[in-house]
Each structure stands twice: as C-alpha cells, then as structure tokens.
Write a protein that binds this ligand. Structure first.
Ligand SMILES: N[C@@H](CCC[C@H](N)C(=O)O)C(=O)O
Length: 286
C-alpha cells in the first residue's frame, strides 16, 4: 500500500490516495492502529483516506490512532488540500471536501514553486446544543462555561461541535501535566457518550490564545485544527477575545476568524508533506 506522510503543525497522519489504492474489504480501524504505531508502523496520530465523493470534489475519512473514526479533522483537511493540489488531482484553488461532519471548502495559497503553502478552510458553523456535541442533558440546551469536576478539580468548560466534539477548558495557566492528567478523564467523562476532544486554553489578550490539546482517540498531539476553531469560538462567545484570533499550539500558530455575517468559522495555517513510501506490513482484512 502506497502512502504519504503529511503534517499540519506537527499533527501527523498517514495519508492514502484511494483514487489509486484499493482498500476494499480492509479492516480500516485495525489498519489505522497498525500504520500509526510509532515503533512497529509508519508512525502518526492516525490514518486519513483521500477518496472520490458523490457529493463533493473529494472525500476525507479520518481514523485516530486508536482506530476510532472521527467526523472531521482541521489539520487533516489542510493536508488533504495540499495533497490533491500538489499531486495534480485538481487544478482548482478552491474545492469541496466531504467529511462525516459535513462538506468543507478549502482555499489554497501557493509558494513561489507553485506548491501549496497555506490553506484557509471554511469550516462551517459551530454548534453548541448538547444533542449536537453529543452530551448528556436537555438536548437543545447549551453547555456554556459549565463547571465540570474531575478528581476533585473543577474546570470551567464550554462544549463546541465543529463536526466533532470539543470540551474547551478556560485555564489561568496551561500546564502539560494537567493535559496528561485530566485530558483522558474528560475524554471519557460520563457527560460525553461518544467521548470528546479536550482543549486547555489560556487567554493571552483579545487576539491571542495559548492552547494545548488532548485528542479523543490519539492523546496529546502537537495541534488540532477543529480544536483551535472550537477554542476561538468559545473565547469569542464569552466576550474574552475579538472575532479574529491567533491560536498558539505546541506545533505552531493557526489563525481563526468567526465571521459575524454568516456565522462561519475560517481556519488558516500551513500543511507540509514529509515523505512517501510503501507500507510493507500486513494489511488486515475484515
Ligand atoms: N487532529 C484533528 C482532529 C482529529 C479527530 C479527533 N481526534 C476526533 O476524534 O474528533 C484536527 O486537526 O482537527
């Protein structure tokens, strides 16, 4: 199986071009676990398939490194955009990509050699109702700045769906040890029946947020695009920041705008191709 390794600010996935690679009958969750393994596989935060779509120009399927399938991936979407443009699957600078979380619209910007350098994505509208996250409780109610308790510690948390679920924790200071200690406990908290991504954020000023993430199904990663969007939205909604925010992640910066005119969230950041290869390990079949 041919693959390409790309990352968005260090959030790295193994990408398979399903226009040429046939994965019919493959146990995709198990394949994701095998290729993501950093010792016995290629290594990555998960597996992303680039596929034909009947509803959009392309389709993206995202598997975390524990094999669970995610509805969306912001960094993955920028990398898919770079792949399809740089590898000649499209000549358009704007196109559509189907995900389980809806259809997204990336716009690519090129470097001097004509390769994709930055991608801006219309990530659609954020959702807040508990049913949309999903979260327990009254389905149409929102969870805005609720107190969530874990191991006797109380956190102020806003829940946002960007296609996938995010629990945004407002912190006075973001410590890596807190991400490791509380991230997995909140991922599996009883309030979130499908688990959740967990973002620890510190507001630096009206335009800047410090951000660390514990991702559902992958653990600590260097960046999470949908998480950065959700963090910006939670901060903006609470009046703590303006509508254009720079999010400082462990792997670098993302620029997020939550547009007032149509409620859409736009994310801008880089995408990087690292190498291509052939996976020689065994392919698991169902
Ligand atoms: N890294 C991603 C999100 C990947 C999926 C997530 N772990 C989930 O299960 O929802 C991003 O950049 O958005």
């Amino acid at each position: 199986m041919k693959f390409t390794k790309l990352h968005g600010l260090g959030n790295d996935y193994v990408y398979v071009n399903c226009f040429t690679e046939d994965l019919t009958g493959v146990d995709l969750p198990e394949l994701a676990r095998r290729v993501s393994d950093r010792h016995f596989g290629v290594g990555g935060d998960g597996l992303i398939l680039i596929m034909p779509s009947e509803r959009a120009d392309f389709r993206m399927r995202v598997f975390n490194n524990d094999g669970s399938e995610a509805k969306n991936c912001g960094n993955g979407m920028r990398c898919v955009s770079k792949y399809v443009f740089d590898h000649g699957l499209t000549t358009e600078h704007t196109f559509t990509v189907e995900t389980l979380g809806g259809i997204m619209t990336p716009m690519v910007s090129l470097d001097q050699e004509g390769k994709v350098e930055q991608v801006t994505i219309d990530m659609g509208e954020p959702r807040f109702e508990r049913a949309a996250i999903p979260m327990t409780g009254i389905p149409e109610e929102k969870a805005l700045e609720e107190t969530i308790e874990v191991d006797g510690e109380a956190f102020t948390m806003t829940a946002v769906s960007m296609g996938n679920p995010h629990a945004i924790l407002f912190m006075d200071e973001v410590l890596d040890e807190d991400v490791l200690k509380y991230g997995p406990k909140i991922e599996f908290h009883e309030w979130f029946p499908e688990r959740t991504n967990v973002e620890f954020i510190q507001i630096l000023d009206r335009q800047e947020i410090h951000f660390r993430v514990w991702e559902r199904g992958s653990g600590v990663t260097l960046a999470c695009g949908t998480g950065a969007c959700a963090a910006a939205v939670a901060a903006i909604l609470s009046g703590r920041t303006d509508r254009k925010v720079t999010v400082h992640l462990a792997g670098g910066d993302l620029f997020i705008e939550w547009r007032e005119s149509d409620n859409h969230v736009f994310m801008t950041g880089p995408a990087t191709e690292v190498f291509s290869g052939v996976y020689q390990g065994s392919i698991p079949y169902k």
